[in-house]
Ligand binder design. Structure first.
Ligand code: SF4
Length: 524
């Protein structure tokens, strides 16, 4: 079987920073609802896999959502339908449909009401579970809201007790951080105080010096981030840009001790010399220089996903450039200061130019710029200013590049603004398709006139679909089922235009509308 051969080849290349349990009486299937390559690049998934496998007598096996592959686990090819508990780590709205595709492939009824003692209990955790689980309520038995460290022990304990389905769900529903729609009701009306409290540290004091930082459990060359040891160094961001779900969901900011970060890196060094630091805002960490210097001293090549503009400083760039890093990503979000101020992004035009100059002066040859169109209050002038800003940065790249005989490439990556739950912009509308397309086409055309600029734009249809999945509730079930059955998103957007528009472009004034589907999710 093709899938099995491929899995064997992939497994042969894996190296473990901590060996998982291979034998135990209780087996849990943990899925990432996308390909192996993407799933194995996800630190949350890898960390939860480790936490489950640390529980004595529990064996956790992985599975992924891949076309043409059987719905079975990666480790032992056991069909998913044979497990008592199937859990997913869900990090991205677009992967919601992949959960349903996997159920179809596994022969497990999609509707939770159609399942009984013969079927596994289905549990979903991860960022999307805590952002808006409502869209999956018709399909999933339980949701885990919060950090794996706090939720995995409860799940594993119940799994080990060999409870029947109803007892398992009843006991799970009584634990903090779990949302069980069949018992709590679709809006958790039946939960204590009608809310489900996310389980995560709520104060910096909870991060002790011996805190074990989440880091990769498995290294493999067969991922998007090949052989990179991922280490989380902090969670949350003080900036609180009004569109940023992570900043609001993860607040207050938790920064992990440099000593714990370096301990994890030291232990894994025999396995790899590449590391990637994960954080909502990487360079805001007060010990960032100590961390970067420590990793460099261990012989690591360090990559940062993106760097907060105001945190760009010469010592950081020096460490990165010394060990060969030549690419950076920053997020100006908008083309001018006015709009940045409006969305609470505290970056002036002067600061952006000054920090870009510093980047180019350190020999970086590629600067990615995350930008958005369709932000609240945006005017045509604001969109024109994106072109002006990129042109300004290009001029700086030319001036600084003379020394190196090379002009750095700019990569403006432009997404439509997508309103997300739990942010001050959750009631905002996605801009209409025509204006988004026009703005993206304008930017593509105008930016092509500037030298060394590679434009990337998110397709508008993709943005509408993501915006829909982010805010939809259980009434989206039939649309999701159609998607899982293979109807292309393009056609779904056309066929269900009215229903999708009602979610992504609500006409009811904020305050007059019914409570949002995620309103029962609470941080305290
Ligand atoms: S700076 Fe970045 S991480 Fe911080 S709140 Fe703004 S968008 Fe989010």
């Amino acid at each position: 079987m093709r899938g099995t051969t491929r899995r064997r080849d992939l497994a042969a290349l894996e190296r473990f920073t901590e060996e998982p349990n291979r034998y135990g009486a209780y087996r849990i299937a943990l899925g990432f609802p996308n390909s192996y390559e993407i799933g194995m690049s996800n630190l949350g998934f890898q960390w939860v896999y480790r936490l489950f496998n640390r529980v004595p007598d529990v064996v956790c096996e992985r599975f992924f959502s891949e076309e043409d592959e059987p719905a079975s686990t990666f480790e032992t090819a056991t069909p998913l339908s044979e497990f008592g508990l199937i859990a997913w780590s869900l990090s991205w709205e677009m992967d919601v449909v992949n959960i349903l595709r996997t159920l179809r492939a596994a022969g497990i009824p999609l509707s939770r009401e159609a399942r009984d003692e013969r079927h596994p209990v289905l549990l979903v955790g991860g960022d999307i579970a805590r952002m808006n689980p409502a869209v999956l309520v018709p399909f999933v038995d339980a949701f885990a809201l919060g950090d794996g460290e706090r939720l995995v022990p409860g799940i594993a304990d119940l799994a080990k007790r060999g409870l029947d389905r109803d007892s398992f769900l009843r006991e799970l529903a009584a634990l903090p951080g779990f949302f069980v729609p069949a018992l709590h009701g679709p809006r958790a009306e039946g939960a204590e105080s009608s809310k489900v409290v996310i389980q995560q540290p709520m104060s910096r004091k909870e991060i002790r010096p011996d805190f074990e930082v989440p880091h990769s459990t498995i290294l493999t060359p067969s991922t998007e981030l090949a052989d990179k040891l991922l280490i989380e160094i902090s969670r949350g961001c003080t900036e609180m840009c009004r569109f940023c779900w992570a900043a609001y969901a993860m607040a207050p900011v938790k920064q992990y001790p440099a000593s714990s970060i370096l301990d994890a890196a030291r232990a894994a060094r025999p396995l790899t010399d590449r590391t990637g630091l994960i954080a909502t805002a990487v360079c805001d960490h007060p010990q960032i220089i100590e961390i970067l210097e420590g990793l460099a001293a261990l012989g690591y090549h360090i990559a940062l996903s993106s760097i907060k503009i105001d945190a760009i400083e010469a010592p950081i760039l020096e460490v990165l450039s010394r060990q060969g890093e030549r690419a950076l990503a920053i997020a100006p979000e908008a083309g001018n200061e006015r709009l940045r101020r409006h969305v609470n992004k505290k970056v002036s035009d002067a600061m952006l130019r000054e920090k870009a100059r510093l980047v180019f002066a350190h020999g970086f040859t590629r600067l990615k710029l995350y930008l958005q169109v369709g932000l609240p209050s945006e005017t045509d002038d604001d969109v024109h200013d994106i072109v002006r800003t990129v042109a300004d940065l290009h001029e700086i790249a030319v001036a600084e590049g003379r020394r190196f005989g090379r002009v750095a490439e700019l990569v403006p990556s432009v997404n439509p603004f997508i309103p997300k739950p739990h942010t001050p912009y959750e009631d905002e509308s996605l801009a209409d398709d025509a204006s988004l397309k026009e703005k993206l086409a304008y930017l593509q055309r105008e930016l092509a006139r500037i030298g060394n600029v590679v434009f990337r734009g998110m397709p508008v249809g993709e943005a509408v679909w993501e915006a829909y999945l982010a805010k939809a509730d259980e009434s989206a079930a039939d649309i999701l089922e159609e998607a899982a059955a293979g109807t292309p998103v393009r056609r779904l957007l056309k066929t269900h235009r009215g229903r999708i528009d009602a979610v992504v472009r609500p006409e009811v004034a904020a305050g007059a509308a019914a409570p949002a589907p995620w309103s029962f999710i609470s941080k305290r």
